[in-house]
Design a binder for this molecule. Structure first.
Ligand code: GDP
Length: 329
């Protein structure tokens, strides 16, 4: 059985007004579109665009909010969808007047909360590439204040909103998505622990566990994340997949499989080491050249790590299945 069946995949809803940037986010994060190409994305009239991509660890859906959709429409079964959702991301265009978006955010969050109080509410203050640094901070403060004031006025201050400044023109959108996904992984503390053990026994500086398709990182060791290191790892994944697509495909092969592995030596005595962990996930390690001389040790520890992580997810699937079984009988 596949331990990464849909049962363990985090489910995410992406919502927001039309033109706020939802399709662009989907294309850039999950389909490797370059940010400039999103300028030519056609506006769709579909309310709901499901991403049925089986290639990612993450499972998600996009909803548009043009004026005519309302939560009181009985033909629109939003209840069922909210019940199965782990995180609701609401995208606000920071370059536009955001008053209407804030009103929609409030309606969405309060409706979703009534159905499922366990949803994580994540607000992406988006397109911040167009704002100066001062303006970014001011916009975030203003949106934060207004959104929370609305909740207090409605007597719903117990609802927690998280805010992120995002843009598809840099890595901020991947970083924000990573944080949103990490909150939905119940095994995260175990994964972090395994990564800590792995690097301290192997002389590795830093390690990320990546969803290869989206370049979202699912977990990392507990040393602080430096943006530059993260960006380098993202670039490495791009290089590996691109080379593999151009030169590696034979017949019906995929650009990422069990054999996937890559080593890149940088000119500052650092080595980047990528290895396949599961169908969707890869480990990217930052290693000093002198530690990389003991590659056999790293590979042995990696082997143990991979076995452990597969067990962690298998246990989760078993727990979910037995719960489902109990509720059916
Ligand atoms: P949707 O209707 O919410 O799916 O919005 P789209 O994805 O169609 O985006 C609307 C427009 O916003 C497009 O022209 C995108 O190029 C632009 N856009 C999306 N994200 C960003 C961003 O981070 N920065 C900037 N400057 N423009 C963006």
């Amino acid at each position: 059985t596949d331990p990464f069946s849909t049962e363990v995949k985090p489910r995410i809803l992406l919502m927001g007004l039309r033109r706020s940037g939802k399709s662009s986010i989907q294309k850039v994060v999950f389909h490797k579109m370059s940010p400039n190409e999103t300028l030519f994305l056609e506006s769709t009239n579909k309310i709901c665009r499901e991403d049925v991509s089986n290639s990612s660890f993450v499972n998600f859906q996009i909803w548009d909010f043009p004026g005519q959709i309302d939560f009181f429409d009985p033909t629109f079964d939003y209840e069922m969808i909210f019940r199965g959702t782990g995180a609701l991301i609401f995208v606000i265009d920071s370059q536009d007047d955001y008053m209407e978006a804030l009103a929609r955010l409030h309606l969405t969050v309060t409706s979703a909360y009534k159905v499922n109080p366990d949803i994580n509410f994540e607000v992406f203050i988006h397109k911040v590439d167009g704002l100066s640094d001062d303006h970014k901070i001011e916009t975030q403060r203003d949106i934060h204040q207004r959104a929370n004031d609305d909740l207090v006025d409605a007597g719903l201050e117990k609802i927690h909103l998280s805010f992120y400044l995002t843009s598809i023109y840099d890595h901020s959108i991947f970083e924000a998505f990573s944080k949103v996904v990490q909150k939905l992984i119940p095994q995260l503390p175990t994964l972090e622990n395994l990564l800590n053990i792995f690097i301290s026994n192997s002389g590795i500086e830093k390690v990320f566990l990546f969803d290869v398709v989206s370049k979202i990182y699912i977990a990392t060791d507990s040393s602080p994340v430096d943006m530059q290191t993260y960006e380098l790892c993202c670039d490495m994944i791009d290089v590996v997949i691109d080379i593999s697509c151009i030169y590696g495909l034979e017949g019906a092969g995929t650009p990422y499989d069990k054999e996937s592995l890559a080593i890149i030596k940088l000119n500052n005595t650092t080595v980047l080491y990528l290895k396949e962990v599961t169908k969707f996930l890869a480990l990217v390690c930052f290693v000093r050249e002198e530690s990389f001389e003991r590659k056999g040790l790293i590979d042995y520890n990696f082997h143990c790590f991979r076995k452990a992580i597969q067990e962690v997810f298998e246990v989760r699937v078993k727990v979910l299945r037995s719960r489902k079984h109990q509720s059916q009988t």
